[in-house]
Design a protein around this ligand. Structure first.
Ligand code: MN
Length: 132
């Protein structure tokens, strides 16, 4: 059994290569092998979002506060609110972030494959963020 105490893991700012706008990351847990589980909290200021990206075996988002948006490469954009969950399929190109005027926080749950849980791609343009 392993307990990680609140206050034992530092927050960090999402790097500009992977996030547009201000996003704060608070690690929750990266499990030791043979588990591949990795979970973290991300809090997006209004209009902040990830760049486009994929996950090798998918990703679960649990929206924990606020109102945000998620988008997929086919152009679909959905509003998400606290209590919603979102599943992205393995390799599905997508982004997630705040609403234009509202912050959003989620827990992201992924699995690490060959040392990586995410493949980062290009930024989400303002048109891609706002246009369905
Ligand atoms: Mn994702």
């Amino acid at each position: 059994m392993l307990i990680k105490r609140n206050g034992s893991q530092a927050s960090s700012i999402g790097p500009v290569e992977n996030f547009s706008g201000h996003a704060r990351r608070d690690p929750i847990h990266t499990a030791p092998e043979p588990s591949r589980l990795a979970a973290g909290q991300v809090t997006f200021d209004p209009a902040a979002r990830t760049v486009w990206h994929t996950h090798p075996v998918g990703q679960l988002l649990i929206i924990t506060s606020g109102c945000g948006r998620v988008g997929t490469w086919d152009g679909d954009i959905q509003e998400v609110k606290a209590g919603d969950t979102v599943w992205f399929e393995a390799g599905e190109k997508h982004w997630h972030g705040a609403g234009p005027d509202t912050a959003m926080s989620h827990i992201a749950v992924t699995e690490v494959v060959d040392g990586s849980a995410v493949d980062w791609l290009e930024p989400v343009s303002d048109d891609q963020y706002t246009t369905n």
